[in-house]
Ligand binder design. Structure first.
Ligand code: HGY
Ligand code: MN
Ligand code: MN
Length: 420
């Protein structure tokens, strides 16, 4: 396998160029899924891929597939991530995975290197789940885990549905999401945590993703005048939410290395002289072990009536997302490991704390991930940063892992790993 090298400068240039689409004053990106900014970066991606001779197809969840033909008529080896961001997102979360894959494909194109399998760069819709909950919605439908009608009916805080937003930017494609077989999927991503940087490692060989669940909770009391309503006569939903946030945090601390967070809250009517009669909030629970996650869920569900009863509140709680822990495909993980070794980069195995599209895709195709360090482990923050060298090392390992897997696939005549 010729020693093909990605172009670090070109990759960095495209990361910086696309960062301007939704760029924020603090150096981050606010490019929520299915907004016009998302449309702009999608158009940019499609144009770049077509310049490389790729055919770009879009499915009815807006997922984009840029295909470079291979020698054989087998399902493609895909690589990619997502181009949508958090409201105070950074330049690298998701974007690095898509642009590194595009750079790897461009490297193959310029070298005139013919792969055995077709190669596809993928941009998954709504990985972040910030505008439309839950996260990883398109890859979840692709994996046939999330129902498409349910996903397309999800609403943002203004009441706009996913489907309407998809149509508004013109990215509801003709292909039925999930009817797009893959031979394998690889995703490069920043770690979004502190481990690789703390250990001075170049590469994370991601062997799996922890389990995660999201819940929607509404606590209901009674709007009342803050001046005329005695303390003992109040039904203060925000006080109930405050006590629940404390209980949720305690549930995470009670089950290390589990994590438990309330990151989104809506206080209604949110007026300085009205005792809040209703509060909506979302809970994010994660743990590498499903049983521990059950225990954390049990603590929280027991706390709700205990908190509400003395305050005269009622509550409604619904688990809207349940993503079990994932173990990636051994042959794909081995390809990543071999790529890191042959590239001479320091590496270690790691489980992902963050969710990724590869977690869902691994349910329908062999998959694995490559991590690179990020500064201070900070992510979902405008200060998110990985260096040009770190990005380039990740992109190089991604390219080599895909080529290694492609060679294995050719030796098997395109048959899935372990096929008889
Ligand atoms: O929630 C996550 O872990 C991902 O960033 N969407
Ligand atoms: Mn991401
Ligand atoms: Mn993210």
């Amino acid at each position: 396998m010729r020693n093909l090298a990605i172009d670090a400068e070109r990759l960095w240039g495209e990361i910086m160029e696309t960062a301007a689409i939704g760029g924020t004053r603090k150096g981050g990106i606010c490019r929520l899924t299915l907004t016009d900014l998302d449309r702009q970066v999608r158009d940019w991606f499609k144009a770049r891929a077509e310049q490389l001779g790729c055919t770009v197809t879009v499915d009815d969840m807006g997922a984009m597939f840029a295909r470079r033909p291979g020698a054989a008529d087998v399902p493609p080896i895909a690589f990619g991530s997502h181009l949508d961001t958090q409201p105070t997102g950074g330049k690298f979360d998701g974007v690095l995975g898509v642009l590194a894959a595009l750079e790897a494909l461009r490297t193959l194109h310029e070298a005139g290197y013919e792969t055995y399998a077709p190669i596809e760069v993928v941009n998954w819709t709504n990985e972040e789940g910030s505008r439309f909950a839950p996260a990883m919605v398109a890859s979840g439908v692709f994996a046939k885990i999330l129902d498409k009608d349910w996903a397309q009916s999800r609403q943002d805080s203004e009441g706009m549905t996913f489907a309407a937003a998809l149509d508004a930017i013109g990215y509801r494609g003709p292909e039925r999401c999930g009817e797009h077989p893959l031979s394998a999927f690889f995703e490069l991503h920043i770690e979004q945590g502190p481990i690789l940087e703390a250990e001075g490692r170049d590469i994370g060989i991601v062997t799996g993703v922890q389990a995660m669940r999201w819940y929607e909770v509404t606590m209901t009391g009674q709007d009342a005048h803050t001046g005329a309503t005695p303390m003992h006569r109040r039904k203060n939903a925000l006080l109930g939410a405050a006590r629940m946030i404390e209980a949720i945090d305690a549930a995470g601390r009670a089950h290390p290395p589990g994590v438990a967070t309330v990151g989104r809250i809506e206080n209604r009517p949110n007026s300085p002289n009205v005792v809040p009669g209703e509060v909506f909030f979302m809970i994010d629970l994660r743990h590498p072990d499903g049983d521990a996650l059950d225990a954390m869920e049990g603590i929280i569900r027991a706390a709700l009536p205990r908190v509400c009863e003395p305050l005269g509140l009622t509550f409604a709680e619904q688990r809207i997302w349940d993503q079990p822990a994932v173990r990636f495909d051994p042959a794909c993980v081995a390809a990543v490991r071999h790529a890191a070794e042959t590239s001479g980069y320091s590496a270690r195995d790691i489980i992902s704390g963050a969710g990724h599209d590869a977690a869902y895709v691994s349910r329908v195709a062999p998959a694995a991930m490559v991590f690179v360090p990020c500064l201070g482990g900070i992510s979902h923050n405008e200060a998110e940063f990985s260096s040009k060298e770190q990005c380039a090392k990740g992109a190089q390992v991604l390219l080599q892992a895909v080529l290694d897997y492609d060679r294995q696939l050719a030796e098997r005549g395109g048959a899935p790993q372990g096929a008889r």
